[in-house]
Design a protein around this ligand. Structure first.
Ligand code: 97T
Length: 251
């Protein structure tokens, strides 16, 4: 996979792309990430990338011309057409399904704007506008790095077989079960007995039940897309039972 990033802060990407899983994927030649300075596609002395908004108001707006030149120039560098992703707070919220779809593309161009926003006409370059959540950031650089991380770890050959198939078992749409490592007792907190029992059937059942109940309590909206057995549905319904003595969150 080839990813081209367009940004006015290409230096922000160095450490993140060199480190950890993304670094390994790059070393193995599974992904190439090229960061480009948007100012390289400006033509004025000050290398201007933004301007005042028509109609007035605070802040500045990213000018369309350098963005069009950048995306056109990068598209022309390769016969394979790139999927163009713009990061903006008004974009589709990134999720695992989108990360999976993007990980199957040969080429991506990611465009990072500053918080002020893009001239609306520049957004016509985008195949996809993405947000990474409902909070305000100062620019699209961190969202681009988050998205590159989410995509890269899904590329075949990046994670080991064990980690990849473990991942698949969680694409059932539930949160992870609780995990423990040594010591068996720490500051008065014990590792659950079942995990030390060596009974793999009981362990699998406990983990599944923990994943289901934890998801129901913390992120009930995720259950809409999860596949639950009838007995698991009964557990969830019990948690949300209006007659329950327990204090439970609202669905
Ligand atoms: O807040 C932003 C500013 C610029 C570009 C993207 C964002 C953003 O993306 N996801 C959340 C916020």
């Amino acid at each position: 996979m080839r990813i081209d990033v367009v940004t006015i802060f290409p230096e922000m990407f160095g450490e993140v792309l060199d480190t950890s899983i993304i670094g390994i994927a790059r070393e193995r030649g599974l992904v190439t990430v090229n960061c480009h300075d948007l100012r390289d596609w400006t033509h004025d002395r000050h290398r201007t990338t933004d301007d005042e908004p028509y109609g007035g108001g605070p802040g500045m707006v990213m000018k369309p011309e350098p963005l069009f030149e950048a995306v056109d120039a990068l598209q022309a560098q390769d016969d394979e057409p790139a999927t163009v992703v713009f990061f903006t707070p008004a974009g589709t919220p990134l999720n695992q399904a989108i990360a999976e779809q993007l990980s199957s593309r040969e080429r991506l161009i990611m465009v990072c704007g500053r918080y002020e926003g893009f001239d609306e006409r520049a957004l016509s370059l985008a195949d996809l506008q993405l947000s990474i959540g409902d909070y305000v950031l100062t620019g699209g650089e961190l969202p681009a790095m988050v998205t590159i991380d989410a995509i890269t770890r899904l590329l075949p050959g990046v994670l080991g077989d064990a980690a990849s198939s473990e991942d698949e078992s969680f694409s059932d749409g539930l949160l992870e079960y609780p995990q423990y490592t040594r010591p068996a007792e720490f500051r008065g907190m014990d590792v659950p007995e079942v995990l030390r029992s060596g009974d793999h059937g009981r362990i699998a059942a406990w983990r599944r039940e923990q994943a289901v109940t934890r998801t129901a309590i913390v992120r009930p909206e995720l259950l809409a897309h999860a596949t639950l057995s009838d007995s698991e549905k009964a557990i969830v319904d019990g948690l949300f039972d209006a007659d329950s003595e327990q204090e439970v969150p609202q669905r």
